[in-house]
Design a protein around this ligand. Structure first.
Ligand code: NAP
Ligand code: 3JM
Length: 340
């Protein structure tokens, strides 16, 4: 019997995440029948490729989804809010990369290594949400520790790459670095301050409680995906790195986890790679994680300030596992288990 093929639309195909989605579908041999690339008026008519063949970019609008089975969205939150319902009405299952639908109780928020069974809930609205990049890599690494020792509290600080803000921010870091190295002033357009040779303790806008939206995404999404009893506090920081987010994570658990036990749990965990040999100065780094789909974990050590605590350093490619790969993995489960 011929393999069933699926018609796929990518809303935001011209962006950093959209480009990576195209690559992921190609690399993973996703059974695509028709592919449709959607973006703003600015990109209409532009030609991108799929599997070596040219594909013209079309306008993202309400009737763009006729005959589409799966719609991958990465065109910003307001576009997801506006167009996911139309895509779902047309019969497509939306896998949305924005924060627009993540906390909707009728929308599953899914990391395949952590809560794949939640995908079943897609029938309620025809939408599945991809978590924020920083949440994804953290829960992939913490899930095995939570299953073993019940995490009570998480304290996380992030070191996030500029690619998480999209194509313009990647250009901004490159241009600013060039200007400064040539003794010229750097102009900040995308971020509120210079990002080259700097760190910005602000990602997304501030909430009335003093946290940023990005920080509250990590708090609320982690609880929705893993366990609503876990207390989470986050500080999210933009750093002058192009690809891959890093995280310093402290956890308090219900029972003791030794370093040896943590090594064993991370070694066996799906989607994780243990990179921890400090005697040889081996630990995860963004330059090594870029271009890969795994979540890299290292610098594991007991938190000696509390009875049952661990510190970890978690690194993953924010555009791949943090966005496109996670979305395509969800699509793979969807066609295997649910759409048929
Ligand atoms: P980007 O490089 O700036 O790309 C933005 C994409 O959205 C482009 O394809 C752009 O099309 C399209 N777009 C913008 N305004 C539009 C409009 N009015 N109508 C139709 N399309 C429009 O940004 P990115 O890094 O790829 O991120 C895209 C979105 O993905 C983000 O806004 C965010 O919601 C989500 N995201 C999620 C994660 C995650 O952690 N899961 C990580 C990064 C991003 P044009 O080229 O025509 O402007
Ligand atoms: C990552 O313009 C927008 O709505 C995009 C803001 C954004 C988000 C978001 O809130 O959807 C930029 C980068 C994210 C995200 O993954 O949460």
């Amino acid at each position: 019997m011929a393999k069933k093929l699926w018609n796929v639309a990518i809303a935001g195909a011209t962006g950093a995440v959209g480009n990576q989605m195209i690559e992921c579908l190609e690399e993973r041999n996703f059974p695509v029948g028709r592919i449709k690339y959607l973006a703003s008026e600015r990109s209409v008519g532009k030609v991108l490729e799929f599997r070596g063949k040219p594909v013209q970019v079309e306008l993202l609008d309400h009737d763009a989804f006729e005959g589409i089975d799966i719609a991958l969205f990465s065109a910003g939150g307001s576009r997801s809010l506006e167009f996911c319902p139309s895509a779902a009405r047309a019969g497509a299952v939306c896998i949305d990369n924005s924060s627009a639908w993540r906390m909707d109780p009728d929308v599953p928020l899914v990391v395949p290594e952590v809560n794949p069974d939640a995908i079943a809930g897609y029938t309620r609205k025809g939408i599945i949400a991809n978590p924020n990049c920083s949440t994804i890599q953290m829960v992939v690494a913490l899930k095995p520790l939570h299953d073993y020792a019940t995490i009570k509290r998480i304290v996380v600080s992030t070191y996030q790459a500029v690619s998480g803000t999209g194509k313009k921010a990647i250009d901004e870091l490159r241009i600013q670095a060039g200007e400064l190295l040539n003794g010229r002033p750097a102009e900040a357009k995308v971020y509120p301050h210079r990002i080259a040779f700097n760190c910005l303790p602000q990602i997304d806008s501030f909430e009335p409680n003093g946290y940023t939206k990005e920080e509250m995404k990590m708090v609320n999404e982690t609880r929705k995906i893993m366990d609503s009893d876990i207390r989470v506090t986050a500080t999210t920081v933009r750093v002058p790195v192009f690809y891959s987010h890093s995280e310093s994570v402290n956890i308090e658990t219900g029972k003791k986890v030794t370093v040896a036990q943590a090594f064993e749990l991370i070694r066996k965990a799906p989607g994780c790679r243990l990179v921890d040999d400090v005697a040889s100065r081996v630990y995860p780094m963004p330059c090594d994680a870029a271009g890969q789909d795994l979540t890299f974990v290292g610098r594991i050590r007991e938190d000696e300030s509390i009875e049952n605590g661990l510190n970890l350093w978690i690194v993953a490619d924010n555009i791949r596992k943090g966005a496109a790969t996670n979305a395509v993995q969800i699509a793979e489960i969807l066609i295997k288990k649910y759409l048929k």
